[in-house]
Design a protein around this ligand. Structure first.
Ligand SMILES: *Cc1c(COP(=O)(O)O)cnc(C)c1O
Length: 421
């Protein structure tokens, strides 16, 4: 079925034909002891640094040095509206309207702020549904929300589990859960691309199912933003959150993105936590009088934001705006398809790819389960110059990122894996 063939020549040929190949040069690629490029397949954990990031941050350091407080209005990129410079490109990355998107806070914090508004339990409807292998921070966050509202965090947590002997969650099982207890579930909160299996969920289907049952629906898109076409607006989801340090390449611990569907943009009755940055921009600095809610996702901001972190996000967002998600996902499907082909050609019965084989149900990450392996294998792989990620008990996660990984990276990775096995 595939048009791929074996051999290094073929990888080099694909790199030659790749219209995005030159973007690799715009990133710092970590090096080994001899100064050679490492095979960096960990963009799902921490994306690499664009070379321009330093200039973007230096610009703000200079304005701060030269202008002091005046930088808020007189800087090259005035700090007062700085977050607005990110909105349009970020909205394009996640498939949303500008009014639906804001960059603020960090990811798990935003998840909590979204639950302040969209998890409003009653005695009868109070449960939260998440996928069984949810990212730990998400699970801890929803459990603490249950406790915060006085519910038992075990009884109130509904897990959407893969079937016995399977790795991927199944939509019929989700339907069955909602059939049985849909009227008790207040919120469905799913990791849009599961961090462990790489399964990209059908947002539209989950949102429709949730709404039909009277539940609010949100997605954590930490592994989706900059990786897959999220189409958040059309999905109908109530909210979504994501970080910018994975596929968005904005640096360790950088700020989070937040989506609130347009239908909630002007709803002043939604419960929320507020601060001066949620207040009408025109009258914010009068510092007196009644609170006046900003419409749209911006209205969930609390504080004036950290400009240095936002400068790194701007550097990355400008690259994404230039490339566009369409070209990016096109290359991504080809690159990950090639990776899958090479792994399958190993014909090793100890290796199983647990990520969906349908390119529309995954992003660039492949999660490779290695039977009877332990962390020693991952250590060997790292020693051989491949930076990947190990998840207990037996999974290697690898994410060839279309912006800076090459087909030859993928070829080299599989050759070295073969040698390590
Ligand atoms: C990476 C990731 C996080 C990390 O949360 P922070 O608040 O940024 O530390 C949380 N949830 C998911 C699904 C993630 O992939």
């Amino acid at each position: 079925m595939s048009n791929y063939t074996l051999g290094r020549d073929f990888a080099q040929q694909l790199d030659k034909e790749d219209q995005l190949a030159h973007y690799r040069n715009q990133f710092h690629i970590p090096k080994d002891k001899n100064g050679d490029d490492l095979i960096y397949l960990c963009g799902n954990s921490l994306g690499l640094q664009p070379k321009v990031t330093k200039d973007y941050i230096n610009q703000e350091l200079e304005d701060w040095a030269n202008l002091g407080v005046e930088g808020h209005t007189e800087g090259k990129n005035p700090w007062l509206p700085y977050h607005e410079f990110l909105t349009e490109s970020m909205a394009k990355v996640v498939g949303a309207k500008p009014i639906e998107v804001v960059v603020m806070n960090t990811l798990t914090a935003n998840l909590h702020f979204m639950m302040v508004s969209f998890y409003k339990p009653t005695k009868k409807r109070y449960k939260i549904l998440i996928e069984a292998d949810a990212f730990p921070s998400d699970k801890y966050a929803v459990e603490s929300q249950l406790r915060h509202h006085g519910f038992d965090d075990k009884e109130g947590l509904v897990l959407w589990k893969a079937r016995e002997g399977e790795e991927l969650a199944n939509y019929e099982d989700l339907e069955a859960i909602l059939e049985a207890q849909g009227d008790e579930i207040a919120l469905i909160m799913i990791g849009g691309v599961n961090y462990y299996t790489g399964q990209f969920f059908d947002f539209k289907r989950i949102a429709a199912l949730g709404h039909k049952n009277g539940c609010m629906v949100g997605f954590d898109c930490a592994h989706g933003a900059g990786n897959v076409n999220l189409d958040l607006h059309n999905s109908g989801a109530d909210f979504a959150v994501w970080c910018t340090y994975k596929y968005m390449n904005a640096g360790p611990g950088s700020l989070s993105g937040c989506f609130v569907h347009e239908r909630h943009a002007h709803n002043k009755d939604l419960n929320r936590f507020t601060g001066w940055w949620s207040h009408n921009k025109e009258t914010r600095f009068n510092m007196r009088g009644e609170f006046d809610q900003l419409p749209g996702a911006e209205g969930w901001q609390l504080s004036n934001p950290p400009i240095l972190s936002m400068a790194a996000i701007k550097a990355s967002a400008d690259i994404f705006a230039e490339v566009g998600m369409e070209k990016l996902t096109q290359k991504s499907k080809k690159l990950t398809g090639y990776f899958e082909f090479l792994l399958n050609e190993l014909n090793n019965s100890d290796i199983k790819i647990i990520t969906p084989s349908n390119p529309n149900e995954r992003g660039c990450q492949l999660s490779i389960q290695v039977k009877n392996a332990d962390k020693a294998l991952h250590h060997k792989l790292t020693e051989s110059g491949v930076i990947s990620d190990w998840r207990e008990p037996d999974v290697i996660r690898c994410a060839p990122v279309p912006l800076y990984n090459s087909f030859e990276d993928v070829y080299n990775m599989v050759e070295r894996l073969k040698a390590c096995l």
